[in-house]
Design a protein around this ligand. Structure first.
Ligand code: NAD
Length: 466
């Protein structure tokens, strides 16, 4: 194998020149938590960017320079829209004007907990009639290994244009390959590592893993992302890149399950799991802290590992770690409810008819995303047990209808008077805006699933950590 000379792959060479000149037009499909920041990143770096979404309300708001994601300021959108660097549209015919098309649509599980690739399929079908020679298509949605080659590629090739799957080698930065027959378009996979609400890392600072179905596709993706990300890391196949993303999320899922299980043991043994983790994390090597909680939430950690489980069945391979972690994590809301029931019983009360206030609906602190949030399952369980439930979350003044839940609830302000009127307050999400000392001072009983009250000194007898 020889190191690639730029001239060997005219398709990627032409593409790379456009990227370097900042004349490459970038299209981002799916303007959600992942697509919108990525689109704005390209726009801010001078690559003319168009965002595509099927939701006309989102497109309309973006075109007015407004935001619908709390941690993405309207000023950033307004600046790029004003300059003409970013525009949003529902008109997919404009895809043919794009040089690169990034797919950032949802990859949820269906009601049987199997991968629902309908968003990816529909988007790819929408690209196909507009696909043209020299375009780069990149799948960014998290999915099982094989999706780019087995699902996206065949749909795109229905256009009559070809993109052969061919081997290449890489050490992470250099791509090496034998001379390869030219394809018509370029196809890559590059997983998104967006961490909403994380103030430590901005999108461009998080290294971007990229891979192509062949060497020119890998080179084009490397050039594109290298223009806006501080670091890219090329792997030798889209399947390896897809697996890398699932590994990252499975690693979190399994380790969170481990500390959740140890928390249950520690509670029985009268040991403070939070103190244990603080002690263990002083080890300067070989230990990464994970924290227990009320259960997993978000679009990624509770879902992505099961994409792999589903694919592994094709290879007659049981993913036992994933299944066990899923079992432990998904039992945590039941544990929270059992702890609440026990605490009420010890006070001579029962859950039936008890008035309960849930604090925090978002799946993690300081963000406005409630997908898969354990709060929703906890509310469902409490209602099933006859409790009278209210909630508060600074980011959700009301609970709209969701795919699985329709509570029709409106947030209750946690004033001193309101807090005192509940039999128990359950802290499910530890938003920074809450005054935890105030919450404990004014509540009769506080169930703390996040160790949010650790600094509270007064009335600790009212706190039950679970
Ligand atoms: N949210 C995260 O923190 C995060 C992090 C890393 C990876 N991911 C992955 O990124 C992908 C996208 O997740 P997200 O959180 O941004 O989802 P999201 O729901 O916030 O956004 C998806 C957007 O796609 C749009 N959409 C749906 N179908 C479409 C179609 N056919 N054509 C055009 N637009 C369409 C929706 O209207 C929505 O605006 C998923 O695969 C997810 O697993 C998410």
């Amino acid at each position: 194998m020889t190191e690639i000379q730029p001239t060997i792959f005219p398709l990627s060479t032409t593409f790379n020149i456009k990227v370097k000149n900042k004349t490459a037009r970038v299209g981002v499909i799916g303007l959600g938590y992942v697509g919108l920041p990525v689109g704005l990143l390209f726009a801010r770096n001078g690559l003319p960017t168009t965002g595509f979404d099927i939701d006309p309300a989102k497109v309309e708001r973006l075109e007015k320079g407004e935001t619908y994601i709390r941690h993405i300021p309207a000023s950033v959108i307004a600046e790029q829209v004003g300059k003409g660097g970013f525009r949003a549209t529902t008109d997919f015919a404009l895809l043919k004007e794009m040089d690169a098309i990034l797919i950032c649509v949802p990859t949820p599980l269906d009601q049987h907990r199997e991968p629902d690739l309908s968003f990816v399929r529909n988007t790819t079908e929408a690209i196909m009639p507009h696909l043209r020679r020299g375009q780069l298509v990149v799948l960014e949605s998290t999915t099982y290994p094989g999706t780019t080659e087995e699902v996206v590629l065949p749909i795109l090739e229905k256009s009559g244009l070809k993109c052969p799957i061919l081997p290449y080698a890489t050490d992470g930065s250099r791509v090496t390959a034998p001379q390869q027959p030219a394809g018509d378009f370029l196809l890559a996979f590059s997983p998104e590592r967006e961490d909403p609400g994380n103030k430590q890392f901005q999108t461009h600072q998080i290294p971007k893993v990229v891979a192509g179905v062949n060497a020119p596709s890998a080179l084009a993706a490397q050039a594109l992302y290298g223009q806006v990300f501080e670091r890219t890391f090329v792997v030798s196949s889209t399947r390896a890149a897809e697996m890398a993303k699932i590994l990252e999320n499975t690693y979190r899922c399994v380790n969170i399950a481990l500390v959740n299980e140890l928390k249950l043991l520690c509670l029985r043994m009268g040991i403070d799991i939070w103190e244990v983790i603080e002690a263990a994390r002083t080890k300067p090597f070989g230990f990464t802290p994970f924290f227990p909680g009320p259960g997993l939430g978000g679009h990624c950690i509770p879902i992505d590992p099961f994409y792999l489980t589903w694919k592994a069945r094709e290879y007659d391979f049981p993913t036992r770690f994933i299944e066990l972690a899923g079992e432990i994590n998904s039992a945590m809301p039941e544990h929270v409810v059992a702890s609440l029931r026990g605490a009420l019983n010890r006070r001579g009360q029962c859950l039936q008819d008890a008035r309960i206030l849930i604090l925090g609906i978002a799946y993690k602190k300081d963000i406005d995303d409630l997908r898969e949030s354990p709060s929703l399952r906890i509310i469902e369980l409490l209602k099933q047990n006859g409790a009278r439930v209210d909630y508060h979350d600074p980011y959700f003044p009301r609970l709209h209808r969701m795919r699985k839940y329709d509570f029709g609830m409106v947030a209750v302000e946690p004033t001193a008077e309101a807090l005192a009127s509940y039999d128990a307050v359950v802290i499910v999400t530890d938003h920074s805006s809450y005054d935890y000392a105030d919450i404990v001072r004014n509540s009769r009983l506080v169930i703390d699933t996040r160790n949010a009250t650790k600094e509270v000194e007064e009335h600790r007898e009212r706190i039950v950590r679970c």
